[in-house]
Design a protein around this ligand. Structure first.
Ligand code: FAD
Length: 466
Protein backbone atom coordinates (compact mmCIF):
# COMPACT_ATOMS: atom_id res chain seq x y z
CA UNK A 1 0.00 0.00 0.00
CA UNK A 2 1.34 3.48 -0.92
CA UNK A 3 2.21 5.78 2.02
CA UNK A 4 -0.41 8.46 1.20
CA UNK A 5 -3.10 5.74 1.02
CA UNK A 6 -2.06 4.51 4.48
CA UNK A 7 -2.29 8.06 5.83
CA UNK A 8 -5.80 8.45 4.37
CA UNK A 9 -6.85 5.12 5.84
CA UNK A 10 -5.56 5.98 9.33
CA UNK A 11 -7.14 9.45 9.12
CA UNK A 12 -10.50 7.95 8.19
CA UNK A 13 -10.30 5.37 10.98
CA UNK A 14 -9.35 8.11 13.44
CA UNK A 15 -12.41 10.09 12.40
CA UNK A 16 -14.61 7.04 12.91
CA UNK A 17 -13.45 5.97 16.39
CA UNK A 18 -11.42 8.90 17.78
CA UNK A 19 -7.63 9.39 17.96
CA UNK A 20 -7.37 7.70 21.38
CA UNK A 21 -8.57 4.45 19.84
CA UNK A 22 -6.26 4.18 16.83
CA UNK A 23 -2.84 3.07 18.07
CA UNK A 24 0.23 2.65 15.89
CA UNK A 25 3.87 1.54 16.31
CA UNK A 26 5.16 1.30 19.87
CA UNK A 27 1.80 2.37 21.28
CA UNK A 28 0.37 -1.05 20.36
CA UNK A 29 0.63 -3.45 23.35
CA UNK A 30 2.64 -6.64 22.70
CA UNK A 31 -0.41 -8.74 23.58
CA UNK A 32 -2.23 -7.42 20.47
CA UNK A 33 0.69 -8.46 18.23
CA UNK A 34 1.12 -12.07 19.34
CA UNK A 35 -0.63 -15.30 20.32
CA UNK A 36 -1.06 -16.90 23.76
CA UNK A 37 2.25 -18.82 23.48
CA UNK A 38 4.03 -15.89 21.79
CA UNK A 39 5.10 -18.13 18.90
CA UNK A 40 3.93 -15.70 16.15
CA UNK A 41 4.46 -11.94 16.66
CA UNK A 42 3.71 -9.19 14.11
CA UNK A 43 3.15 -5.48 14.74
CA UNK A 44 0.06 -4.50 12.71
CA UNK A 45 -0.41 -1.26 10.79
CA UNK A 46 -2.70 -0.07 13.58
CA UNK A 47 -4.77 -1.32 16.49
CA UNK A 48 -8.30 0.08 16.20
CA UNK A 49 -10.72 -0.07 19.15
CA UNK A 50 -14.29 0.82 18.17
CA UNK A 51 -16.65 1.48 21.07
CA UNK A 52 -20.01 0.50 19.51
CA UNK A 53 -21.35 -1.91 16.87
CA UNK A 54 -22.00 1.16 14.66
CA UNK A 55 -18.30 2.08 14.90
CA UNK A 56 -17.33 -1.51 14.01
CA UNK A 57 -19.48 -1.15 10.88
CA UNK A 58 -17.81 2.18 10.04
CA UNK A 59 -14.34 0.67 10.46
CA UNK A 60 -15.25 -2.23 8.15
CA UNK A 61 -16.78 0.11 5.54
CA UNK A 62 -13.54 2.11 5.46
CA UNK A 63 -11.28 -0.95 5.37
CA UNK A 64 -13.40 -2.56 2.65
CA UNK A 65 -13.15 0.54 0.48
CA UNK A 66 -9.35 0.47 0.88
CA UNK A 67 -9.09 -3.32 0.41
CA UNK A 68 -7.47 -3.31 3.85
CA UNK A 69 -7.08 -6.67 5.68
CA UNK A 70 -8.53 -6.74 9.22
CA UNK A 71 -7.85 -9.20 12.05
CA UNK A 72 -10.64 -9.31 14.67
CA UNK A 73 -9.36 -9.63 18.24
CA UNK A 74 -11.32 -10.68 21.32
CA UNK A 75 -9.68 -11.56 24.63
CA UNK A 76 -6.59 -13.00 22.86
CA UNK A 77 -6.73 -16.33 24.70
CA UNK A 78 -7.15 -18.43 21.54
CA UNK A 79 -4.69 -21.31 21.28
CA UNK A 80 -4.26 -21.53 17.47
CA UNK A 81 -2.93 -18.01 16.69
CA UNK A 82 -6.22 -17.04 15.00
CA UNK A 83 -6.17 -13.45 16.29
CA UNK A 84 -2.53 -12.66 15.39
CA UNK A 85 -2.45 -9.87 12.77
CA UNK A 86 -0.11 -9.82 9.78
CA UNK A 87 2.21 -6.81 9.55
CA UNK A 88 -0.03 -4.87 7.14
CA UNK A 89 -3.28 -5.69 8.92
CA UNK A 90 -5.55 -3.53 11.00
CA UNK A 91 -6.06 -5.33 14.33
CA UNK A 92 -9.67 -4.68 15.36
CA UNK A 93 -10.15 -5.05 19.11
CA UNK A 94 -13.67 -5.71 20.42
CA UNK A 95 -12.64 -4.96 24.03
CA UNK A 96 -14.66 -1.71 24.29
CA UNK A 97 -17.90 -3.45 23.27
CA UNK A 98 -18.34 -4.55 26.85
CA UNK A 99 -21.69 -4.80 28.60
CA UNK A 100 -24.82 -6.78 29.36
CA UNK A 101 -27.76 -5.27 27.48
CA UNK A 102 -30.64 -7.35 28.84
CA UNK A 103 -31.49 -10.41 30.92
CA UNK A 104 -34.94 -11.78 30.10
CA UNK A 105 -35.76 -14.17 32.95
CA UNK A 106 -38.98 -15.34 31.28
CA UNK A 107 -37.27 -16.25 27.99
CA UNK A 108 -34.10 -17.31 29.92
CA UNK A 109 -31.84 -15.23 27.65
CA UNK A 110 -28.99 -12.79 28.10
CA UNK A 111 -28.25 -10.18 25.43
CA UNK A 112 -24.63 -9.11 25.52
CA UNK A 113 -22.09 -7.05 23.60
CA UNK A 114 -19.42 -9.20 21.97
CA UNK A 115 -16.43 -7.81 23.88
CA UNK A 116 -17.87 -8.75 27.28
CA UNK A 117 -15.62 -11.18 29.18
CA UNK A 118 -17.25 -14.61 29.56
CA UNK A 119 -16.98 -14.40 33.37
CA UNK A 120 -18.87 -11.08 33.44
CA UNK A 121 -21.70 -12.69 31.46
CA UNK A 122 -21.65 -15.77 33.75
CA UNK A 123 -21.80 -13.54 36.86
CA UNK A 124 -24.73 -11.55 35.44
CA UNK A 125 -26.64 -14.75 34.70
CA UNK A 126 -25.91 -16.08 38.21
CA UNK A 127 -27.10 -12.82 39.81
CA UNK A 128 -30.41 -13.35 38.00
CA UNK A 129 -30.61 -16.92 39.38
CA UNK A 130 -29.70 -18.50 36.04
CA UNK A 131 -26.72 -20.30 34.49
CA UNK A 132 -24.65 -19.46 31.41
CA UNK A 133 -23.53 -23.02 30.99
CA UNK A 134 -20.28 -23.00 28.98
CA UNK A 135 -17.21 -22.59 31.18
CA UNK A 136 -13.49 -22.61 30.42
CA UNK A 137 -10.23 -21.85 32.18
CA UNK A 138 -9.78 -18.56 30.30
CA UNK A 139 -13.17 -17.24 31.52
CA UNK A 140 -11.74 -14.04 33.04
CA UNK A 141 -10.07 -12.90 29.80
CA UNK A 142 -11.85 -14.52 26.84
CA UNK A 143 -14.83 -12.65 25.40
CA UNK A 144 -18.28 -13.84 24.41
CA UNK A 145 -17.55 -12.79 20.78
CA UNK A 146 -14.33 -14.84 20.81
CA UNK A 147 -16.21 -17.80 22.33
CA UNK A 148 -18.74 -17.58 19.51
CA UNK A 149 -16.09 -17.12 16.81
CA UNK A 150 -14.25 -20.24 18.05
CA UNK A 151 -17.36 -22.23 19.11
CA UNK A 152 -15.64 -22.80 22.45
CA UNK A 153 -16.23 -26.01 24.41
CA UNK A 154 -14.90 -26.52 27.93
CA UNK A 155 -15.83 -28.81 30.79
CA UNK A 156 -19.62 -29.00 30.66
CA UNK A 157 -20.20 -29.84 26.99
CA UNK A 158 -21.45 -33.33 27.86
CA UNK A 159 -24.42 -31.68 29.62
CA UNK A 160 -25.06 -28.40 27.79
CA UNK A 161 -23.30 -28.65 24.40
CA UNK A 162 -20.73 -26.31 22.84
CA UNK A 163 -21.00 -22.51 22.63
CA UNK A 164 -23.04 -23.02 19.45
CA UNK A 165 -25.78 -24.49 21.63
CA UNK A 166 -25.91 -21.36 23.81
CA UNK A 167 -26.34 -18.86 20.94
CA UNK A 168 -29.96 -18.12 20.07
CA UNK A 169 -29.26 -15.04 18.01
CA UNK A 170 -26.51 -12.67 17.03
CA UNK A 171 -25.58 -9.49 15.25
CA UNK A 172 -22.57 -9.42 12.93
CA UNK A 173 -20.82 -6.90 10.72
CA UNK A 174 -19.85 -8.22 7.29
CA UNK A 175 -16.60 -7.51 5.46
CA UNK A 176 -18.17 -4.52 3.61
CA UNK A 177 -19.64 -2.98 6.79
CA UNK A 178 -23.18 -4.31 6.36
CA UNK A 179 -24.80 -5.07 9.73
CA UNK A 180 -26.75 -8.34 9.83
CA UNK A 181 -28.95 -8.28 12.91
CA UNK A 182 -30.63 -11.51 14.03
CA UNK A 183 -31.09 -11.09 17.78
CA UNK A 184 -33.52 -14.01 17.96
CA UNK A 185 -34.70 -15.20 21.42
CA UNK A 186 -36.65 -18.28 20.36
CA UNK A 187 -35.40 -21.85 20.64
CA UNK A 188 -37.37 -22.76 17.53
CA UNK A 189 -36.97 -20.61 14.45
CA UNK A 190 -36.93 -22.34 11.07
CA UNK A 191 -37.63 -19.24 8.99
CA UNK A 192 -35.13 -19.86 6.22
CA UNK A 193 -31.37 -20.41 6.56
CA UNK A 194 -29.94 -20.34 10.08
CA UNK A 195 -27.49 -17.51 9.39
CA UNK A 196 -26.00 -17.35 12.91
CA UNK A 197 -24.27 -20.68 12.15
CA UNK A 198 -22.15 -18.95 9.48
CA UNK A 199 -20.46 -16.89 12.18
CA UNK A 200 -20.25 -19.46 15.00
CA UNK A 201 -16.88 -21.20 14.75
CA UNK A 202 -15.77 -19.28 11.64
CA UNK A 203 -12.91 -17.62 13.59
CA UNK A 204 -13.49 -14.09 12.33
CA UNK A 205 -13.18 -15.02 8.64
CA UNK A 206 -16.83 -14.41 7.63
CA UNK A 207 -17.93 -11.50 9.84
CA UNK A 208 -17.39 -9.69 13.13
CA UNK A 209 -19.77 -10.64 15.91
CA UNK A 210 -20.93 -7.51 17.75
CA UNK A 211 -23.89 -8.71 19.89
CA UNK A 212 -25.41 -12.01 20.92
CA UNK A 213 -28.48 -13.46 22.60
CA UNK A 214 -27.35 -16.36 24.79
CA UNK A 215 -29.49 -19.12 26.17
CA UNK A 216 -29.57 -19.50 29.97
CA UNK A 217 -30.41 -22.55 32.09
CA UNK A 218 -31.68 -23.04 35.65
CA UNK A 219 -28.90 -22.73 38.26
CA UNK A 220 -27.97 -26.17 39.61
CA UNK A 221 -28.77 -26.59 43.31
CA UNK A 222 -26.33 -29.41 44.00
CA UNK A 223 -22.95 -30.63 42.83
CA UNK A 224 -21.44 -34.08 43.47
CA UNK A 225 -17.91 -34.94 42.38
CA UNK A 226 -15.80 -38.11 42.51
CA UNK A 227 -12.36 -39.22 41.43
CA UNK A 228 -12.24 -42.86 40.26
CA UNK A 229 -9.61 -45.26 38.94
CA UNK A 230 -10.53 -47.80 36.26
CA UNK A 231 -8.47 -50.60 34.74
CA UNK A 232 -8.81 -49.87 31.01
CA UNK A 233 -10.51 -47.76 28.35
CA UNK A 234 -13.35 -50.20 27.59
CA UNK A 235 -14.36 -50.08 31.25
CA UNK A 236 -14.22 -46.27 31.14
CA UNK A 237 -16.80 -46.29 28.30
CA UNK A 238 -19.01 -48.77 30.22
CA UNK A 239 -18.80 -46.50 33.30
CA UNK A 240 -19.65 -43.42 31.19
CA UNK A 241 -22.77 -45.03 29.73
CA UNK A 242 -23.81 -46.33 33.17
CA UNK A 243 -23.44 -42.82 34.66
CA UNK A 244 -25.44 -41.24 31.82
CA UNK A 245 -28.21 -43.81 32.24
CA UNK A 246 -28.50 -43.66 36.02
CA UNK A 247 -27.95 -39.92 36.60
CA UNK A 248 -30.93 -38.96 34.41
CA UNK A 249 -29.36 -36.17 32.37
CA UNK A 250 -27.46 -34.55 35.28
CA UNK A 251 -23.94 -35.76 34.38
CA UNK A 252 -22.00 -32.52 33.85
CA UNK A 253 -18.34 -33.57 33.54
CA UNK A 254 -16.51 -36.76 32.64
CA UNK A 255 -12.79 -36.07 32.42
CA UNK A 256 -10.36 -38.90 31.74
CA UNK A 257 -6.63 -38.84 32.44
CA UNK A 258 -4.31 -41.57 31.18
CA UNK A 259 -1.53 -42.89 33.49
CA UNK A 260 1.11 -40.68 31.80
CA UNK A 261 -0.87 -37.57 32.85
CA UNK A 262 -1.50 -38.76 36.41
CA UNK A 263 2.13 -39.74 36.96
CA UNK A 264 3.47 -36.42 35.67
CA UNK A 265 0.97 -34.21 37.50
CA UNK A 266 1.32 -35.95 40.88
CA UNK A 267 5.09 -36.42 40.87
CA UNK A 268 6.39 -33.24 39.28
CA UNK A 269 3.95 -30.46 40.07
CA UNK A 270 4.41 -29.27 43.66
CA UNK A 271 1.31 -29.34 45.85
CA UNK A 272 -0.74 -31.80 43.76
CA UNK A 273 -1.80 -35.06 45.40
CA UNK A 274 -3.89 -37.86 43.97
CA UNK A 275 -7.16 -38.55 45.85
CA UNK A 276 -6.71 -42.30 45.11
CA UNK A 277 -3.91 -44.87 45.39
CA UNK A 278 -4.70 -47.16 42.48
CA UNK A 279 -3.04 -47.20 39.06
CA UNK A 280 -4.99 -47.11 35.82
CA UNK A 281 -7.12 -44.56 33.97
CA UNK A 282 -8.29 -41.75 36.23
CA UNK A 283 -11.79 -40.28 35.85
CA UNK A 284 -13.13 -37.08 37.37
CA UNK A 285 -16.91 -37.39 37.27
CA UNK A 286 -19.38 -34.69 38.31
CA UNK A 287 -23.14 -34.28 38.38
CA UNK A 288 -25.11 -31.09 38.89
CA UNK A 289 -28.75 -31.43 39.91
CA UNK A 290 -31.79 -29.70 41.33
CA UNK A 291 -32.24 -31.28 44.80
CA UNK A 292 -29.27 -31.82 47.11
CA UNK A 293 -30.44 -34.84 49.17
CA UNK A 294 -31.87 -36.83 46.27
CA UNK A 295 -28.87 -36.02 44.04
CA UNK A 296 -26.29 -37.19 46.60
CA UNK A 297 -28.14 -40.51 46.98
CA UNK A 298 -28.38 -40.93 43.21
CA UNK A 299 -24.65 -40.22 42.81
CA UNK A 300 -23.59 -42.64 45.59
CA UNK A 301 -25.87 -45.38 44.21
CA UNK A 302 -24.36 -44.90 40.76
CA UNK A 303 -20.82 -45.31 42.16
CA UNK A 304 -21.80 -48.29 44.34
CA UNK A 305 -23.31 -50.10 41.37
CA UNK A 306 -20.11 -49.48 39.37
CA UNK A 307 -18.02 -50.84 42.27
CA UNK A 308 -20.23 -53.94 42.45
CA UNK A 309 -19.69 -54.50 38.73
CA UNK A 310 -15.93 -54.47 39.41
CA UNK A 311 -15.38 -51.46 37.14
CA UNK A 312 -13.72 -49.22 39.75
CA UNK A 313 -10.35 -50.01 41.32
CA UNK A 314 -10.74 -47.09 43.71
CA UNK A 315 -13.02 -44.07 44.16
CA UNK A 316 -13.07 -40.94 46.33
CA UNK A 317 -16.12 -38.68 46.66
CA UNK A 318 -15.40 -35.00 47.36
CA UNK A 319 -16.72 -34.30 50.88
CA UNK A 320 -16.42 -30.52 50.70
CA UNK A 321 -16.09 -27.67 48.25
CA UNK A 322 -12.39 -27.55 49.12
CA UNK A 323 -11.97 -31.20 48.21
CA UNK A 324 -13.88 -30.70 44.95
CA UNK A 325 -11.53 -27.81 44.11
CA UNK A 326 -8.49 -30.00 44.81
CA UNK A 327 -9.81 -32.64 42.37
CA UNK A 328 -10.25 -30.00 39.67
CA UNK A 329 -6.82 -28.50 40.47
CA UNK A 330 -5.28 -31.87 39.61
CA UNK A 331 -7.25 -32.05 36.34
CA UNK A 332 -6.36 -28.43 35.54
CA UNK A 333 -2.63 -29.17 36.00
CA UNK A 334 -2.66 -29.17 32.19
CA UNK A 335 -2.03 -25.42 32.19
CA UNK A 336 1.34 -26.10 33.95
CA UNK A 337 2.62 -28.53 31.32
CA UNK A 338 3.65 -26.04 28.60
CA UNK A 339 5.54 -23.96 31.21
CA UNK A 340 7.31 -26.84 32.91
CA UNK A 341 7.96 -28.77 29.71
CA UNK A 342 8.99 -26.14 27.14
CA UNK A 343 9.40 -26.80 24.25
CA UNK A 344 6.01 -28.48 24.18
CA UNK A 345 3.36 -29.26 21.54
CA UNK A 346 -0.27 -29.46 22.64
CA UNK A 347 -3.00 -31.09 20.55
CA UNK A 348 -6.80 -30.83 20.76
CA UNK A 349 -8.34 -33.58 18.66
CA UNK A 350 -11.54 -35.61 18.63
CA UNK A 351 -12.25 -39.24 17.77
CA UNK A 352 -15.32 -41.42 17.92
CA UNK A 353 -15.57 -42.55 21.57
CA UNK A 354 -15.52 -46.18 20.42
CA UNK A 355 -12.01 -45.86 18.95
CA UNK A 356 -10.44 -43.31 21.29
CA UNK A 357 -8.75 -45.93 23.50
CA UNK A 358 -7.14 -47.72 20.54
CA UNK A 359 -6.08 -44.34 19.13
CA UNK A 360 -4.22 -43.45 22.35
CA UNK A 361 -2.46 -46.85 22.44
CA UNK A 362 -1.33 -46.47 18.83
CA UNK A 363 -0.29 -42.84 19.24
CA UNK A 364 1.76 -43.58 22.37
CA UNK A 365 3.56 -46.38 20.51
CA UNK A 366 4.19 -44.19 17.44
CA UNK A 367 5.51 -41.31 19.55
CA UNK A 368 7.88 -43.55 21.50
CA UNK A 369 9.12 -45.31 18.33
CA UNK A 370 9.62 -42.13 16.31
CA UNK A 371 10.88 -39.86 19.10
CA UNK A 372 12.67 -42.09 21.64
CA UNK A 373 13.41 -39.12 23.92
CA UNK A 374 9.83 -37.87 24.12
CA UNK A 375 7.49 -37.64 27.09
CA UNK A 376 3.73 -37.39 26.56
CA UNK A 377 0.44 -36.85 28.36
CA UNK A 378 -3.08 -37.85 27.28
CA UNK A 379 -6.24 -36.50 28.87
CA UNK A 380 -9.56 -35.08 27.78
CA UNK A 381 -13.25 -34.45 27.92
CA UNK A 382 -13.82 -38.04 26.82
CA UNK A 383 -17.58 -37.84 27.24
CA UNK A 384 -17.48 -35.33 24.34
CA UNK A 385 -15.01 -37.45 22.28
CA UNK A 386 -12.35 -34.78 22.91
CA UNK A 387 -8.76 -35.76 23.60
CA UNK A 388 -5.84 -33.48 24.46
CA UNK A 389 -2.29 -34.69 23.90
CA UNK A 390 0.92 -33.02 25.09
CA UNK A 391 4.38 -33.94 23.78
CA UNK A 392 7.81 -32.87 25.02
CA UNK A 393 11.32 -34.00 24.02
CA UNK A 394 13.86 -34.21 26.85
CA UNK A 395 16.55 -31.51 26.57
CA UNK A 396 19.85 -32.31 24.83
CA UNK A 397 18.36 -34.10 21.82
CA UNK A 398 18.62 -31.46 19.09
CA UNK A 399 16.08 -29.08 17.58
CA UNK A 400 12.50 -29.65 18.75
CA UNK A 401 10.86 -31.50 15.80
CA UNK A 402 7.48 -29.78 16.00
CA UNK A 403 6.52 -30.34 12.34
CA UNK A 404 7.33 -34.06 12.55
CA UNK A 405 5.35 -34.44 15.77
CA UNK A 406 2.38 -32.64 14.12
CA UNK A 407 2.59 -34.98 11.12
CA UNK A 408 2.72 -38.04 13.40
CA UNK A 409 -0.31 -37.01 15.52
CA UNK A 410 -2.48 -35.70 12.67
CA UNK A 411 -1.58 -38.64 10.41
CA UNK A 412 -3.07 -41.07 12.95
CA UNK A 413 -6.06 -38.78 13.57
CA UNK A 414 -6.76 -38.88 9.82
CA UNK A 415 -6.60 -42.70 9.70
CA UNK A 416 -9.10 -42.95 12.56
CA UNK A 417 -11.53 -40.54 10.86
CA UNK A 418 -11.10 -38.01 13.67
CA UNK A 419 -10.93 -34.21 13.75
CA UNK A 420 -7.69 -32.23 14.03
CA UNK A 421 -9.60 -29.65 16.10
CA UNK A 422 -12.15 -30.58 18.75
CA UNK A 423 -12.61 -27.14 20.32
CA UNK A 424 -9.74 -24.70 19.71
CA UNK A 425 -10.33 -24.08 15.98
CA UNK A 426 -7.89 -23.97 13.07
CA UNK A 427 -6.48 -20.41 13.08
CA UNK A 428 -2.94 -20.22 11.79
CA UNK A 429 -1.51 -23.28 13.54
CA UNK A 430 -3.64 -26.05 12.02
CA UNK A 431 -4.57 -24.82 8.55
CA UNK A 432 -1.96 -26.99 6.82
CA UNK A 433 -3.79 -30.06 8.18
CA UNK A 434 -7.41 -29.06 7.57
CA UNK A 435 -7.64 -31.50 4.66
CA UNK A 436 -6.98 -34.35 7.12
CA UNK A 437 -10.46 -33.81 8.55
CA UNK A 438 -12.43 -32.31 5.65
CA UNK A 439 -13.13 -33.67 2.17
CA UNK A 440 -12.13 -31.72 -0.98
CA UNK A 441 -15.84 -31.00 -1.56
CA UNK A 442 -16.25 -29.60 1.96
CA UNK A 443 -13.16 -27.42 1.50
CA UNK A 444 -14.45 -26.17 -1.87
CA UNK A 445 -17.79 -25.22 -0.28
CA UNK A 446 -15.98 -23.39 2.53
CA UNK A 447 -14.04 -21.39 -0.09
CA UNK A 448 -17.26 -20.59 -1.99
CA UNK A 449 -18.88 -19.27 1.21
CA UNK A 450 -15.77 -17.25 2.10
CA UNK A 451 -15.63 -15.73 -1.38
CA UNK A 452 -19.35 -14.87 -1.38
CA UNK A 453 -19.17 -13.14 2.00
CA UNK A 454 -15.75 -11.56 1.70
CA UNK A 455 -14.86 -11.21 -2.01
CA UNK A 456 -11.87 -8.94 -1.29
CA UNK A 457 -10.57 -11.44 1.28
CA UNK A 458 -9.99 -8.81 3.97
CA UNK A 459 -11.40 -10.61 7.04
CA UNK A 460 -8.76 -12.58 8.94
CA UNK A 461 -6.94 -13.26 5.67
CA UNK A 462 -4.93 -16.48 5.60
CA UNK A 463 -6.56 -18.03 8.67
CA UNK A 464 -8.48 -21.34 8.66
CA UNK A 465 -8.27 -21.92 4.88
CA UNK A 466 -4.69 -22.19 3.55
C1 FAD B 1 -6.11 -21.16 30.12
C2 FAD B 1 -6.94 -21.42 28.88
C3 FAD B 1 -7.93 -22.38 28.92
C4 FAD B 1 -8.71 -22.62 27.78
N1 FAD B 1 -9.67 -23.57 27.83
C5 FAD B 1 -10.45 -23.80 26.75
C6 FAD B 1 -11.47 -24.80 26.79
O1 FAD B 1 -11.65 -25.50 27.77
N2 FAD B 1 -12.25 -24.94 25.69
C7 FAD B 1 -12.06 -24.17 24.56
O2 FAD B 1 -12.81 -24.35 23.58
N3 FAD B 1 -11.08 -23.25 24.49
C8 FAD B 1 -10.27 -23.04 25.55
N4 FAD B 1 -9.28 -22.10 25.47
C9 FAD B 1 -9.07 -21.35 24.24
C10 FAD B 1 -9.74 -19.94 24.22
O3 FAD B 1 -9.99 -19.46 25.50
C11 FAD B 1 -11.04 -19.98 23.42
O4 FAD B 1 -10.74 -20.29 22.08
C12 FAD B 1 -11.83 -18.65 23.48
O5 FAD B 1 -13.12 -18.90 22.96
C13 FAD B 1 -11.20 -17.52 22.67
O6 FAD B 1 -11.86 -16.30 22.99
P1 FAD B 1 -11.09 -14.90 22.90
O7 FAD B 1 -12.08 -13.84 23.19
O8 FAD B 1 -9.87 -14.92 23.72
O9 FAD B 1 -10.74 -14.86 21.34
P2 FAD B 1 -9.38 -14.45 20.60
O10 FAD B 1 -8.26 -15.33 21.05
O11 FAD B 1 -9.16 -13.01 20.70
O12 FAD B 1 -9.77 -14.83 19.10
C14 FAD B 1 -10.01 -16.15 18.71
C15 FAD B 1 -10.53 -16.15 17.25
O13 FAD B 1 -11.80 -15.55 17.19
C16 FAD B 1 -11.78 -14.38 16.35
N5 FAD B 1 -12.62 -13.39 17.05
C17 FAD B 1 -12.49 -12.92 18.32
N6 FAD B 1 -13.52 -12.10 18.61
C18 FAD B 1 -14.31 -12.06 17.52
C19 FAD B 1 -15.54 -11.40 17.20
N7 FAD B 1 -16.17 -10.62 18.08
N8 FAD B 1 -16.07 -11.59 15.97
C20 FAD B 1 -15.46 -12.39 15.06
N9 FAD B 1 -14.30 -13.02 15.30
C21 FAD B 1 -13.74 -12.86 16.52
C22 FAD B 1 -10.32 -14.01 16.21
O14 FAD B 1 -10.07 -13.38 14.97
C23 FAD B 1 -9.66 -15.38 16.29
O15 FAD B 1 -9.71 -16.01 15.04
C24 FAD B 1 -8.46 -21.87 26.59
C25 FAD B 1 -7.46 -20.90 26.57
C26 FAD B 1 -6.69 -20.68 27.68
C27 FAD B 1 -5.63 -19.62 27.61
Amino acid sequence: MKPHTTTTLIDELTQAVGAAHVLTGNAIPLQSCTDWFQTHTHVPLALVRPGTPVEVAQVMTICHRHGQPVTPQGGLTGLVAGAVPAENDIALSLARLNGIEEIDTAACTLTVLAGTPLQTAQDAARAAGLLLAVDLGARGSCQVGGNIATNAGGNRVIRYGMFRDQVLGLEAVLADGTVVCGLNKMLKNNAGYDLRQLFIGSEGTLGIVTRAVLRLHPQPQSCNTAWCTLPDYDTVVRFLRHAQRTLSGTLSAFEVMWPDFHELATTRIPGLRSPVNAHGLQVLIEMEGGEAGRDMAMFSNMLEAALEQGWLRDAAIAQSLKERESFWRLRDAVSEFPLMWAPYCGYDVSLPISSLGRFVDELQRALRDTFPHCEHVHFGHVGDSNLHVGVHIRPGHGVFPEDRIDACVYGIVRRYGGSISAEHGIGEHKKAYLSHSRTPQELALMRTIKHAMDPKNILNRGKVLA
